[in-house]
Design a protein around this ligand. Structure first.
Ligand code: NAD
Ligand code: WQD
Length: 340
């Protein structure tokens, strides 16, 4: 059984990925400092798969703690690296915290892989590296744009650190998955997204508005170039995203990768407006959403969606869940969180 370290494995995407990894037969060690999660998600994972993964509470940006982890858990063959701070707006206010947390974590993990003989690294990158693309849908070879925030820059520089490392250390190979907008929760409603305070992201804001925690959903801008004037993103189910990590890891373990570092867009490949999301949510939940149109949010791009043909042909991965499925699971998760 191959042993995989999943950093940030208690978080939103990490917890769903751990479920898929265990189901696929991988042995998982989770490391998380619970800065944006809690051990309850590991309980959820255990209830879904019937087994509790090893869990280490530690900070990936702390080299001594990570060294201890590698000594305690020998034979880590692969790493899926989710652990990062991810709030775009907060990163503008606290750039040094973001650079320290996100950059040092990558550097520590790659250094320890080199020293302990780990071979395979999967990195959580983001469509944010493309900024506002000139041509849509965006392909992996589209030019990268200057980052719009320190958070975005940690993904861009993270990719560069990995690129330089795999060139210098031939035993390590890596895949960077550039996620578009993952949404939803596990169909069991035992794990899902846990935003702290007021959500930044659209779907948790919608579900919190629908249960009455938020009085009104503000839609940021209706003067964009789209069918209804609201901005376009590529939303897709987090369980599909979780599975993409298993495909990526399998590819590295089998040596099927064509280059020491490969990039894949991971999305549904379809652009959806904010108002279309609102309408679809109202349909699946039966709840009428209170919303108002306000001005554009600073730093937002107008539209982006993925060309996912490379992931399909090379990884054998494709998003299969519908938007309605994803929204329904997000809704069921919110209701369960609130005891409804
Ligand atoms: P999340 O906050 O739910 O998960 C991140 C986890 O990492 C949390 O459990 C947090 O406690 C942990 N963590 C953070 N810093 C740590 C550290 N130094 N040491 C140990 N644990 C640490 O976020 P998520 O949405 O699951 O995102 C996972 C990854 O995917 C992140 O790298 C994020 O930047 C990236 N990503 C997310 C999205 C999205 O829309 N959610 C899109 C693109 C990329
Ligand atoms: C989606 C759309 C908003 C909230 C962010 C990060 C990005 C990536 C994914 C990690 C936009 C609109 C939102 C609200 C709204 N994360 N919206 N009212 O902006 O695509 O990207 O998450 O890498 O880096 O920037 O996602 O969910 O915040 O917004 O109208 O209350 O919904 O303007 O058009 P976004 P989002």
């Amino acid at each position: 059984m191959s042993k995989v370290l999943v950093t940030g494995g208690a978080g939103y995407i990490g917890s769903h990925t751990v479920v898929e990894l265990i189901t696929a037969g991988y042995e998982v060690v989770i490391v998380d400092n619970f800065s944006n999660s809690n051990p309850g998600s590991v309980d959820g994972i255990e209830r879904i798969v019937g087994r509790r993964p090893a869990l280490v509470e530690a900070d990936c940006s702390d080299y001594a703690q990570m060294l201890q982890l590698f000594k305690d858990h020998s034979g880590i063959d692969g790493i899926i690296h989710f652990a990062a701070l991810k709030a775009v707006g907060e990163s503008v206010v606290k750039p040094l915290e973001y650079y320290r947390n996100n950059m040092l974590s990558i550097i520590n993990l790659l250094s320890l892989m080199k020293d302990f003989g780990g071979k395979h690294f999967v990195f959580s990158s983001s469509c944010t590296v493309y900024g506002q693309p000139d041509i849509l849908p965006v392909t992996e070879t589209s030019p990268l744009k200057p980052a719009m925030s320190p958070y975005g820059n940690t993904k861009k520089v993270g990719e560069e650190i990995i690129r330089d490392t795999v060139l210098a250390v031939p035993s390590i190979s890596a895949i960077a998955l550039r996620y578009f907008n993952p949404i939803g929760a596990h169909p069991s409603a035992l794990i899902g997204e846990l935003p702290q305070g007021k959500p930044d992201n659209l779907i948790p804001f919608i579900t919190q508005t629908a249960v009455g925690i938020r009085p009104v959903l503000q839609i940021f801008g209706n003067d964009y170039d789209s069918s209804d004037g609201t901005a376009i993103r590529d939303y897709f189910h987090v369980v599909d995203l979780a599975k993409a990590h298993v495909f990526a890891l399998d590819r590295l373990f089998k040596g099927n990768n064509r280059k020491p570092l490969e990039f894949f867009n991971i999305g549904a490949g379809k652009g959806i407006t904010v108002l279309e999301i609102v309408k679809a949510f109202e349909k699946v939940s039966g709840v009428k959403l209170n919303y108002e149109i306000v001005g554009r949010r600073a730093g937002d791009i107008e539209k982006v969606w993925a060309d996912t043909r490379l992931a399909e042909s090379e990884l054998g991965w494709k998003a299969v869940s519908t938007l309605e499925d994803a929204l329904l699971t997000a809704w069921n998760w919110e209701k369960r969180l609130r005891g409804l």
